[in-house]
Design a protein around this ligand. Structure first.
Ligand SMILES: [Zn+2]
Length: 442
């Protein structure tokens, strides 16, 4: 191809801004309810068109009307190798325009940032992937192994209409996939002007959402009553909410803490890692949640009249378990609430953990170092869950690697589902360069 022909194409680092802006302008709010969730079909069609445009053949898979997923396969030069899955969700959590400095679906560029709901969670990565593969198609680059692209619906409400639908109903799309990269990893944490940690997600906690059901004797609110379901439930909920589960340091968290303490020059007491974690600033909330099981009460329901004691009361508890601890967590909860309150699981998805080694990890680290000589890649555990939960069930080794270089003063973790979500334009462009290098060597 001549250099003139090249010049007719936008550079991927320019195009990524346009692609991300376009995606941000498509409101893909996922309310958790099919009747009020919007836009996933439009976003899927946009993505499919951008792929078709350069000669890739995507297929849109709808799980329910409007709930659309896009999957495509780019053949690699060595078909004997396992494929790499690159996945990103297209839905976003709701945003209230009144609370924002810019309209959450305006895709406005201001002060060096691209603003909008989904700017870091995770239309930024969707746009990076599109920018890289579009450039490859235009310039004749082929990846070393098959790459499967999956743009999913419904990640923000448990992935039933997205990743879980694809892995249960269209499993063949992922034939041969051995490894995957997706969201919430690969972002930088600045130590000093010459050193940045890049947190690569190698583990994530399990999701154990449960509902507690208390029963008692119904009665009149004016009388003496010693078998009140609301009282019993409230006591159980308060015990759970106040409880601190014991610290358990897993391999991933130990590797993270050792690296961090060395880089920051802080003393790490393996029996009391909390002192070291407290010094991490904005990411302390994420890391702090990865050294123990957690249980946060989120919903309460009881009663129908002010002077009637109801016969039942229920509460929802958002629990997150460390790898291999889901059963232990259930026993811990049982001990806290006693035998009389029933436990029902609303969601139960296991934690994930893989090792920080091998050729793929080396390729991630090399790509980061090539674009940022001060990069120190470290493994970490995400306290939440992602679409990786579904893909891991197919035996795929999942990583969070959506590379992003962030300014030192940006409170990144607060932007997830937060007000004024935004991505630095130069960080987005950095991500494209790293992703391009990584995918060429994956
Ligand atoms: Zn996300």
């Amino acid at each position: 191809m001549t250099s003139d022909a090249h010049a007719a194409f936008p550079a991927p680092t320019d195009e990524v801004v346009e692609l991300c802006r376009d995606l941000l302008r498509i409101d893909t709010t996922n309310t958790g309810d099919n009747a009020t969730s919007v836009g996933e079909r439009g976003a899927a069609e946009y993505v499919a068109e951008k792929l078709t445009d350069v000669g890739i053949t995507p297929v849109i898979h709808e799980s329910a009307p409007g709930r659309a997923n896009v999957v495509a396969r780019i053949p690699g030069t060595d078909p004997s190798r396992g494929a790499l899955l690159v996945h990103g969700h297209l839905d976003v959590v709701p945003a209230d325009a009144d609370e924002w400095s810019v309209h959450p679906f305006s895709g406005e560029v201001r002060d060096g940032y691209l603003w909008g709901r989904g700017a870091i969670d995770m239309k930024d990565f969707d746009a990076m992937v599109l920018a890289v593969v579009r450039d490859w198609q235009r310039t004749g680059v082929r990846p070393p192994r098959d790459i499967v692209l999956a743009f999913t619906a419904d990640e923000e409400a448990g992935s039933e209409y997205g990743a879980h639908f694809l892995t249960t109903r269209h499993r063949d799309l992922f034939d041969g996939c051995t490894e995957a990269i997706g969201e919430v990893g690969g972002f930088s944490y600045t130590v000093d002007p010459s050193r940045r940690l890049y947190l690569i997600e190698t583990a994530q906690k399990g999701i154990d959402w449960l509902r507690l059901h208390a029963r008692g004797r119904p009665g009149h609110g004016s009388m003496l009553h010693d078998d009140n379901a609301v009282t019993a439930l409230a006591e159980a909920v308060a015990r759970i909410g106040r409880h601190r589960f014991p610290v358990v340091v897993t391999d991933t968290v130990r590797a993270f803490l050792e690296e961090v303490s060395e880089v920051l020059g802080i003393e790490l007491d393996p029996d009391d890692p909390e002192a070291a974690i407290a010094k991490l600033g904005p990411i302390a909330n994420i890391i702090g949640a990865t050294i123990r099981n957690t249980a946060n009460p989120t919903r309460l329901a009881a009663g129908y009249k002010d002077n009637v004691i109801p016969g039942r009361a229920s509460a929802t508890i958002d629990c997150r378990s460390l790898p291999g601890q889901s059963e232990l967590l259930e026993r811990q909860l049982r001990e806290l609430i006693g035998p009389d309150i029933a436990i029902e699981y609303v969601q139960r998805q296991p934690a994930l953990e893989t090792t920080f080694d091998g050729e793929l990890v080396a390729a991630m680290a090399a790509a980061l170092r090539a674009e940022d000589p001060g990069a120190r890649p470290v493994p970490y555990m995400l306290s939440g869950g992602t679409d990786a939960k579904a893909f891991a069930q197919l035996g795929i080794r999942c990583f969070g690697f959506a590379p992003l270089r962030l300014p030192a003063d940006l409170n990144f973790s607060a932007l997830f589902h937060g007000i004024d979500e935004r991505v630095p334009v130069d960080g987005l462009q950095f991500g494209v360069r790293v992703l391009d290098r990584f995918l060429r060597t994956c």
